[in-house]
Ligand binder design. Sequence first.
Ligand code: NZQ
Ligand code: ZN
Length: 387
Amino acid sequence: MNGFELHNPTKLVFGAGQVQQLGKLVKPYGTRVLLVYGGGSIKRTGLYDEVLAQLESIGAIVHELPGIEPNPRLTTVKKGIAICHAENIDFILAVGGGSVLDAAKGVAVGAKYDGDVWDFTINKAVIRDALPLGTVLTLAATGSEMNGNAVISNWETKQKRAFGSKYAYPKFSILDPKLTFSVPADQTVNGIVDIMSHVFEQYFSLTPDRPLQERFAESILLTVIENGEKALANGSDYGARANLLLAGTYALNGTIQNGVVTDWASHSIEHEVSAIYDIAHGAGLAIIFPNWMKYVYREGISQFVQFAVRVWNVDPTGKSDDEIALAGIEATRAYFTRIGAPATLADVGVDAEHLDRMAEEATQFGSIGSFKKLGKEDVKAILELSL
Ligand code: NZQ
Ligand code: ZN
């Protein structure tokens, strides 16, 4: 295990009905609030009215940034920054899924910066301040509710890039499992795959001597595998939704990466696919990740053997390490397929036309990943396996 620092300042407020605490949670930050939300799900479920009632109860002056796209766009983030400047906003409240949260983070850091907020995603500038931000999460997936990361798409240049900063952690995040009852099956599946992929990025590591992090990671995976299927069978199963939601948060709030060299190559590759084709992040990961596994497993086969046995109950008796590792990878693929995730790029309408460009963009700052360092040709090979 390597040395590390851990400081996660986000206050989690978890459980049914916790939106009732919203007014009290926002109040210390001021009264001029920018409410950020997506394409309408919060209006359909009635959450919008509840949120407004809470903000009214503290006398807040509310401005709105609606219409955040899945794979949120730079142009929309810039609209929010302009509102913050024009209306002297004190606090940003994001109500929605990961895209809404990420867009709100972009607005929060961009409002305190004189240049182009895109600079933060291309390492042209360092984030030094942000407006305070809180969230009400409606979808279990990204972990954005308890981390300082955001992913923004520049639709004009067809680039999707991330930034991360200690300034971008939400001050608080309200997680009410009931708010996820209305998530449709396909988005539930995307969320399940995304959560599992976050664990994979941190679990498949060559860092030795980290049994606690490995067992944390395995317990998140087992929880998601079990409760994911329950949530799909019955979208209003409170226990299943609650466990998925908490698993999603713990998968990417720093806990399992303590002292571990993490990978993130599959995420980088997926971001290039959704940058051009605007597919759902979870759908892209369901296609890419098992192929990444097949491409790299020999670099650290014992990790894949452990994964197969502990997570998928593969019986190792009489099998070679290679057979056990491959059985674990196949079990991952089979689970994704069983819950309804796509298996090939063709399934989401992506052909070979832009593979070179994706491989080039993914490696533009050098090789990616750590389990196996991947250059442009490696990335292209994984994309070809995914066709
Ligand atoms: O826009 P609305 O109408 O709200 O509908 C959304 C959207 O269409 C809908 N939805 C959300 N909650 C709902 C609901 N529908 C019914 N009932 C509810 N309760 O779901 C659709 C997808 O929402 P989105 O926010 O795009 O999904 P997700 O949470 O999966 O976020 C994906 C984005 O997060 C990025 C991805 O790249 C992608 O851009 N990521 C962010 C990360 C982070 N900040 O740490 C890490 C991840 O790896 C990921 O890259
Ligand atoms: Zn992800």
